[in-house]
Design a binder for this molecule. Structure first.
Ligand code: 5GP
Length: 205
């Protein structure tokens, strides 16, 4: 095949505790063309989190400087902290033909949909609010007050699932992973992403 196809931009959102981390881990283990955008945040690292791996942990001033310099593709405030997607690596990967996942909350998801209408957005829903709360508490790394504020945030976020292209239930992990893979595969075969392929096969078409 001539030239390199531009990669696909995938926006994945879920309320925190929705289990999207596990789904993503499995997806990345199975697809070597996939790249995960590492966000910048002003929240404090959780135990075990490493700067440059889960996030770029930055000060509020540092974050605002990046915004001012136009280095963020999108950013939002969530439970009192800034979170944002550095623009440069995403653009470089898409140009290289890598598919890029933005694991972001709903305000950022809406910004990306406006900015890049051909992105594919997926909302991962927990099976129920009870399961969501159990998963949030089970993580055990957050104070009760933080769990409560994340639950409240989830209640605000879940209705935003209506704005997404696809809904995936995270009940059984294997099913959720297979659903995301199927979405990715079908989206790549859309005519709009392959409009030059007909002439490539048959120049007189
Ligand atoms: P956590 O603090 O649990 O790692 O993330 C809190 C929320 O921020 C999650 O919903 C996560 O998807 C979202 N988030 C992480 N990075 C970004 C980002 O770069 N931009 C936006 N808008 N949200 C993000």
């Amino acid at each position: 095949m001539e030239g390199k196809e531009r990669g696909l931009l995938l926006v994945i959102s879920a309320p925190s505790g929705g289990g999207k981390g596990t789904v993503l881990k499995e997806l990345f283990a199975q697809d070597e063309n996939l790249r995960l955008s590492v966000s910048a945040t002003t929240r404090a690292p959780r135990p075990g989190e490493v700067h440059g791996e889960q996030y770029y942990f930055t000060s509020k001033e540092g974050f605002e400087k990046m915004i001012g310099a136009g280095e963020m593709l999108e950013y939002a405030q969530y439970v009192g902290n800034y979170y944002g997607t550095p623009k440069a690596p995403v653009e470089a990967w898409l140009t290289e033909g890598r598919d890029v996942v933005l694991e972001i909350e709903v305000q950022g998801g809406a910004q990306i949909k406006k900015l890049c209408p051909d992105c594919v957005s997926i909302f991962i829903l927990p099976p129920s609010m009870e399961v969501l709360e159990k998963r949030l508490r089970g993580r055990g790394t957050e104070a009760d007050k933080v769990v409560q504020s994340r639950l409240e945030a989830a209640k605000g976020e879940i209705p935003c699932a209506r704005e997404y292209d696809y809904i995936v239930y995270n009940d059984r992990l294997e099913d959720a992973v297979a659903d995301v893979q199927a979405i990715l595969r079908a989206e790549k075969r859309r005519y709009a992403r392959n409009s030059d392929c007909i002439e490539r096969v048959y120049p007189n078409a």
